[in-house]
Every structure is written in C-alpha cells, then in structure tokens.
Design a protein around this ligand. Structure first.
Ligand SMILES: NC(=O)c1ccc[n+]([C@@H]2O[C@H](COP(=O)([O-])OP(=O)(O)OC[C@H]3O[C@@H](n4cnc5c(N)ncnc54)[C@H](OP(=O)(O)O)[C@@H]3O)[C@@H](O)[C@H]2O)c1
Length: 395
C-alpha cells in the first residue's frame, strides 16, 4: 500500500516548510520578505513551477484590497461554488466570490490546503437540504492555513498563526455557506488549533473532521485502556485514525479492522493487530467479539452481532440497530489541541491518499475520486491561492 503516512521532524515553520516534494527559498524586495515554496512539475499542466507565498509584509495596492496587520486581503477571491444541488458537475470554479467578513469571534484564514469529506458530496447531492445553509455554497469543512485577520473578541490567535480545523461546528446543521475550498475562509477561533510544527499544511488539512469524529466516537463509546475494538472501514479517512487513536491514545488491548486485500498492510502499519479482508471473510462469521465496534461504512446490522454484551457500537452512517448509536461530529479545536502532542511525537500520523494532493483547479476530479468510495485515508486539495499569489508577485 502506498498511502503517504506523513510524519516529518521539521521544526522551522515560519518561514514555511516545504513538503517532501517541494523546496523553500526566501528573497527580499524593498520592504518585504517573501517565502516561497517551489513545487515540482506534475502531470497537470497547471501545477508546474508554482510558488506559494505564505507571509509577506505589504501595503495596499488596489481598491479591491485592504491591509490587515501584515497581510493584504482582497475583496474577492477564487473559490469552488455550486448554485444548485446535484452531481459533481454543479461545481464551478469562479473568481468573483466575496471574501467572507469576519465575526467578532472569528479569524480569516488564508487557505493553504483543504481536505474533502464524504459529507461534502452528500451535502452537494442535497441529502441534508432540510438543515443546510442557503445556496450558493462554497463547499469544504477541513482547512489548514494562515490567519490574516482577527475579530475583536479573538484572544488566542493572531495574524500569522498557522492553524487547522473543521470550520463548521455542526456538519449537517447550518454548515458554513462559505467553506474551505476557497482562498479565504472565516472561522470561529474555538474551531481552530495551532498546526503542529512538524506537520505540513497537507497533513494538517487532512485531519480535523476525521480525527474529531474518530475521537468523539471513541469517547462516546466509553472506550478505554485494555478494551478491544473492531473498526469497519479501517482504511478510510475516519477509520485510519480510529485505529491509531484506539491504540496510541486510548491504549486498546486489541484492534481489528476491515479493508480490501491491497489495504491490509496499511491497516497493520497503523496499529491493527488483526486485518480482516472483507472481500474474503465476513467479519460477523468470525468467532471474535469486541468491547467496541466502530462502524465507518454502514454495516450497523452486522456490527451488533460481534459486540460483547454490554459493549458499544458506534455508527457513523447507515441504519442503526440497538445497541448501536449514531452521532454527528461536533467540531472543536480543543480536540485538535489535545491530540497535537500525539501528532508532534509521530504516534498518530496523517494518512494521505496517494492520488493526491489535488491542485485547486482539479477539485472536481478530487470529488469524483472520493465518490468512488475507494479513497485511502484523506483526499487533500493543495495548493490553494496559487494564482492569486503569482499575480501578487508579478506586480
Ligand atoms: N456521523 C459523523 O459525524 C461522520 C463523520 C465523518 C464521516 N462520516 C461518514 O462515515 C463514513 C466514512 O467516512 P470516511 O471519510 O472514513 O470515508 P472514506 O474515507 O471515503 O472511505 C473510503 C474507504 O471505504 C472503504 N470501504 C469501502 N467499502 C468497504 C467495506 N465494505 N468494508 C470496509 N471498508 C470499505 C474503502 O476501502 P476499500 O477500497 O478497501 O474498499 C476506502 O478506503 C462516510 O459515510 C461518512 O459520510 C460520518
């Protein structure tokens, strides 16, 4: 399995740290210092020789820009947007979306990387219309980026901080209309955490919604040291983190997980003691029973057959059979802050699908891929803001 299990030891993140595929250079012009991440030529015609400037001091240069602290924020931005619910083709890449205003408890984040989640396409398909925010929608929950503006009541974050988070507190109940698949997104301070210094923006963007779901589900199930767990869909965005958290954070005695044949090695590398090939074996016909079954695929009916008496069955999607329970994640930066030490020590690692990261102009492809239900770990979109940055550098 070639998923990128990402854990780096780099510690100097201001100036920014390039990923393993990029290199960093710094140059100075008159009154400003520019930090550039250079990306290698990729197959997409639009992704060669790209540069990402994540910090620079500046003064206003056009009527459409305002200067806040040390950052220049335009009034309009590039973003993905849909005006109606439907298949992937309703997504449009536009350059005239208004940069969101910043509430008193919010910060404006210059988006460096964003990740996709199944909720993004389920929402786009109109499955949550009854509780969705109004159209048009800029999709995207997961973000990693740099704070460029802070609201009046913000206390813990400042311009220049590198942050990550799930920008919508309630995934289904009035999620943000202006999401993270954009050059800028406005987020409540409480939903963000400082990005661990040893992980890059791609890794950071991949984590929030999935790791918060993984953690909240384990807590709600009363998972604790010495207990056993079966993770259904151990290779997906959530399951790959449930395995790691169960083992590394909660101290599981035994972790079993399901995936198809080619992903069994990945499950083991994440800490699974038993990797079950669902194409060859039915987990509910095996003799083992577990304290907790974590269903991240929608097999609630079978899941309850393999839980010990008095145990818990966490269901993320699909039908719920007692004693199983379903919950919808509540985003909170506090969970990320709590888990940061495990990311910093490398005990818990971001799992990035090897088909990505997808550049900003290939978000439709990224969605189409995620919608195959075969992604390994997380599908990440990166870099974002590239053209805006190149335009600025050319001036
Ligand atoms: N309730 C909540 O708060 C919440 C939060 C997050 C996610 N969710 C939901 O939870 C589900 C999982 O999310 P995710 O982001 O982890 O999804 P994901 O990353 O898109 O899952 C893709 C993975 O599913 C695996 N898979 C497909 N069929 C399988 C099967 N029969 N048994 C085991 N694995 C199988 C695939 O592995 P193979 O290629 O090996 O088949 C693939 O690696 C989604 O329905 C999502 O909407 C709910």
């Amino acid at each position: 399995m070639e998923a990128l299990l990402s854990s780096t030891t780099t510690t100097h993140l201001r100036p920014p740290v390039p990923s393993s595929k990029s290199s960093l250079s710094t140059f100075t012009t008159s009154n400003r210092t520019h930090h550039l991440i250079h990306f290698p030529r990729k197959t997409s015609k639009s992704i060669h020789n790209r540069c990402l400037r994540v910090s620079a001091s500046s003064s206003p240069r056009s009527a459409t820009e305002t200067t806040v602290g040390s950052s220049t924020v335009p009034s309009q931005m590039k973003a993905w947007k849909y005006d109606e619910y439907g298949a992937v083709d309703v997504l449009k890449f536009v350059s005239d979306v208004t940069v969101p205003s910043v509430g008193d408890d919010q910060v404006l984040v210059k988006v460096v990387a964003a990740a996709l989640n199944p909720v993004d396409f389920k929402r786009r398909l109109g499955k949550f219309q009854a509780t969705d925010s109004a159209l048009p929608t800029v999709p995207g929950y997961d973000v990693a980026g740099v704070v460029v503006k802070v609201g009046k009541q913000v206390k813990g974050l400042k311009v220049g901080d590198e942050v990550y988070g799930d920008i919508s507190e309630k995934a289904l109940d009035g999620p943000k209309q202006s999401g993270s698949l954009a050059e800028y997104t406005a987020v409540e301070e409480k939903l963000l955490a400082l990005k661990p210094k040893n992980i890059d923006f791609v890794q950071a963007a991949s984590l929030p919604l999935a790791i918060e779901t993984a953690y909240e589900g384990l807590e709600r199930a009363g998972f604790s040291e010495g207990k056993s767990i079966l993770v259904l869909n151990g290779a997906g965005g959530v399951g790959s983190l449930v395995i790691q958290l169960a083992k590394q954070v909660f101290g599981a005695s035994k972790v079993a997980a399901t995936a198809s044949t080619s992903k069994l090695d990945l499950l083991k590398s994440l800490g699974a003691d038993l990797a079950i090939d669902y194409t060859k074996e039915n987990f509910d016909e095996l003799p083992d029973k577990y304290d907790v079954v974590y269903d991240a695929i929608g097999q609630g009916e079978k899941a309850v057959k393999v839980v010990k008496e008095g145990g818990s069955v966490v269901v993320l999607t699909g039908a719920v059979t007692p004693p199983g329970f379903r919950f919808v994640v509540t985003s909170t930066g506090a969970t990320l802050t709590k888990l940061n030490p495990y990311l910093e020590s490398g005990k818990v690692k971001a799992v990035i699908d090897p088909n990505g990261p997808f550049p900003f102009d290939r978000v439709k492809e990224a969605f189409s891929y995620l919608e195959t239900n075969r992604a390994t770990g997380k599908v990440v979109v990166y870099p974002i803001s590239e053209e805006y940055i190149l335009e600025k550098l050319a001036k």
